[in-house]
Design a protein around this ligand. Structure first.
Ligand code: FRU
Length: 455
């Protein structure tokens, strides 16, 4: 049975990482992504491109940006960046890199010798037709003294009140930080704000700053925040960004997703005014017999509910609920492509096993004494070492043990579990055997709706 997911975006073949340039342009959703056209491991960073009308049926398009400009400085890679629609054109802002030292790694991909042997340049490109891209010019931003010149990347651009803002990931001697620049014309940029926090990793990648329910959410991916075999995670600060003086007051750091592979999310606003978030689920190596490595999450809509950030699958996913079944015992028909909604009276004695065979599967248990869910994928790794190395267990604290709901999306080799209207999410990549297609749930269930997802 193929393990390629149907609802999680994958490249036709080979390695992918971060979503880039997410945008709604000329009536269609555009997704760009970090792609290695050559093989299933990181390298040769090129912008892959796909478009969609419904965020789930993606049409693969020719690559948008190739690492081919010595003049602009992207000869060794077109790294991450963002998209912005203006005057009927789609502008792309990205980081071009040149490597000052080079070596081949075990997969035959070119990497630097030392971690700092990189010259990043921020670059502007654009398209009118959404297919052909023109690289325009270097974006000049002044990097403050204290910041590393080698690690400045992933520009995210947005507009507000007739001005343009560009946030970029950076680091100084103390750790990661975000630099925010401001422009009147999208051409000349002045440093406007610096945001950092102690003990939050050594480099902040993929920044994003947007409004949700009247608050400002600063999302980023700090590297080196040690966590169960996964050193870098994605998170956010919710607070108030002062557009007058660039200051930012915020609450505690929160993870975007409490599962395993989640990293480098990016958001954008669509024509309906929704804030849509797509993250990358790290691919470690291709699963048995597959020719792709890495996937994007289900696109999630971000809202603020009672002061808390909620992310839930965009409503379009419901259009793929093609058959409703009454009992969990019929789930094998779904062949591991389903969408479940559960209401629970309390979390006491709750347990659920997805991808279940007679004896094992992906287990979600609630531990009352710890006040948390624990997701355990040991039973669904089946000898695929990289998943064990990245971690077998993840824990997610739940503030209260009251009536609550769960939404569970299973998509062949991946599960996303949304807890309490999307207040928390846990995602996991798994490597199921063909026989692991059952489900078992126990606990105080008030109601359940089970749908087979089909394309
Ligand atoms: C995040 C990241 C970015 C960089 C890109 C390179 O995963 O490291 O900071 O632009 O990937 O592929």
């Amino acid at each position: 049975m193929s393990k390629r997911p149907l609802f999680h975006f994958t490249a036709e073949r080979n390695w992918i990482n971060d979503p880039n340039g997410l945008s709604y342009f000329n009536g269609e959703y555009h997704m760009f992504y970090q792609h290695n056209p050559e093989n299933c491991y990181w390298g040769n960073m090129t912008w892959g491109h796909a478009k969609s009308e419904n965020l789930f049926d993606w049409q693969h398009l020719p690559h948008a940006l190739h690492p081919d400009s010595e003049k602009l400085g992207d000869i060794d890679g077109c790294f991450s960046g963002s998209g912005l629609v203006k005057d009927e054109e789609l502008y792309l802002f990205y980081t071009g890199v040149e490597m000052t030292t080079k070596q081949l790694n075990q997969f035959g991909n070119t990497i630097t010798v030392g971690p700092d042997d990189l010259i990043p340049t921020q670059i502007l490109a654009k398209t009118k037709d959404g297919i052909n891209f023109e690289k325009i010019e270097k974006i000049n931003i002044e990097i403050p003294e204290e910041c590393s010149k080698a690690h400045v990347r992933d520009p995210k651009v947005w507009s507000k009140d007739g001005k343009w803002y560009l946030a970029i990931g950076a680091k100084d001697n103390e750790g990661g930080k975000i630099l925010i620049y401001k422009s009147n014309d999208m051409k000349s940029w002045n440093l406007f704000s610096k945001i950092k926090e102690k003990e939050m990793g050594y480099m902040w990648e993929c920044p994003d700053l947007f409004k949700v329910g009247g608050k400002d959410l600063l999302m980023f991916s700090p590297e080196g925040v040690s966590n169960d075999g996964q050193k870098s995670i994605a998170g956010y600060y919710l607070g108030n960004f002062n557009y007058e003086d660039g200051s930012f007051e915020h609450e505690e750091f929160q993870r975007v997703d409490h599962g395993f592979e989640y990293y480098a999310p990016q958001s954008f606003e669509d024509a309906k005014g929704r804030r849509i978030l797509i993250g990358w689920l790290v691919g470690h190596a291709p699963l048995d017999g597959e020719e792709w490595n890495g996937m994007m999450t289900i696109p999630r809509e971000v809202t603020l509910k009672d002061g808390k950030v909620s992310t839930l699958p965009v409503e379009e996913l419901k259009n793929f609920r093609k058959e409703k079944i009454a009992e969990f015992s019929e789930i094998s028909k779904a062949k591991n492509c389903y969408d479940i909604e559960l209401r629970l009276k309390s979390l006491d004695n709750f347990s659920m096993t997805l991808f279940k065979s007679e004896k094992d599967g992906l287990k979600l248990n609630y531990f009352k004494e710890r006040g948390s869910f624990v997701l355990d994928r040991e039973g669904v790794i089946n000898g695929f070492e990289p998943l064990s190395t990245f971690g077998i267990l993840r824990e997610c604290k739940i503030s209260e043990n009251k009536e609550m709901n769960l939404r569970v999306i299973v998509d062949r080799c991946v599960a996303e579990i949304y807890i309490n209207d999307g207040e928390k999410v846990m995602s996991a990549v798994v490597n199921p055997r063909d026989s692991q297609i059952e489900i078992e749930v126990s606990g105080d269930i008030l109601s359940k709706e089970i749908y087979i997802l089909k394309k």
